[in-house]
Design a protein around this ligand. Structure first.
Ligand SMILES: Cc1cc2nc3c(=O)[nH]c(=O)nc-3n(C[C@H](O)[C@H](O)[C@H](O)COP(=O)(O)O)c2cc1C
Length: 226
């Protein structure tokens, strides 16, 4: 599976098999996490075999089952654009997990924040977690806004790279499936902005990563409007 196929195949999965992550897969996950931590200065951590973090009323209500492994998304509060950076690098890990045959779900609300076993150092913030494991199912495609609502460039005027990027952006996970972002074309790159909304910055980083991975072109982050 290549990265474009991973973008297509990824859907949020909340019910997992009661099964440890394979040794080889865990090792590869740790490798990409280490790489992302080095590049971003974030503090992603893989926590395995911990049923407690998702053993809460909200998690059960949210239909999570056997969510025993997760990636804690953590970073120092002084990191510029912490939430956006967390989304960008977190999505890189999510797509890598998909390519390893694992399923994932970004989770900012329906887990036990206080029960998370990851190490949060002084000055750091636990942004959210990403449940990871072998799904009972592969999830289902989300309902999506039409591309015209997410971008003002008419489809007929889109170069192939931009169209590929937009198709991947539309498939990206966003909190509550809000998709409150806009992507415009600016020469040979794209520019993304988002409406003010809780978790909009994490979403924007996620969408930006999907766009860049599929298009091979930069998608810059426009701070204005947030
Ligand atoms: C930043 C962020 C936070 C999220 N938080 C939760 C959550 O707390 N609980 C949950 O069940 N799903 C959560 N999700 C998953 C979204 O509901 C899901 O990505 C969206 O509905 C689109 O569906 P898809 O991921 O299957 O494409 C979150 C997603 C993102 C990007």
């Amino acid at each position: 599976m290549n990265i474009r196929e991973a973008i297509q195949a990824r859907h949020s999965v909340r019910q997992f098999l009661d099964q440890p992550i394979g040794e080889a897969e865990a090792e590869k996950l740790q490798k990409i996490i280490k790489l992302c931590n080095e590049e971003s200065a974030l503090h992603f951590q893989l926590v395995q075999n911990d049923p407690e973090c998702f053993n809460t009323f909200l998690a059960h209500y949210g239909k999570f089952r056997n969510a025993n492994h997760y990636i804690a998304v953590i970073g120092h509060k002084r990191i510029k654009d912490l939430d956006e950076t967390a989304g960008y690098f977190g999505q890189r890990i999510v797509l890598e997990a998909q390519m390893l045959g694992l399923n994932t779900c970004w989770v900012a609300g329906t887990y036990g924040k206080g029960k998370c076993k990851a190490e949060v150092l002084d000055g750091e913030k636990l942004v959210c977690v990403i449940a990871v494991g072998y799904g009972e199912n592969d999830g289902v495609p989300h309902k999506s806004k039409p591309m015209e609502k997410l971008c003002t460039v008419p489809k007929a005027d889109m170069p192939a790279w931009f169209k590929n990027g937009m198709l991947a952006a539309v498939l990206a996970p966003t909190a509550l499936n809000q998709q409150r972002f806009r992507i415009e074309m600016d020469g040979d790159h794209a520019v993304i902005s988002a409406q003010k909304f809780p978790m909009a910055k994490i979403d924007m980083g996620i969408v930006r990563y999907n766009f860049e991975a599929a298009s091979g072109h930069k998608c810059l982050y426009k701070n204005a409007g947030i």
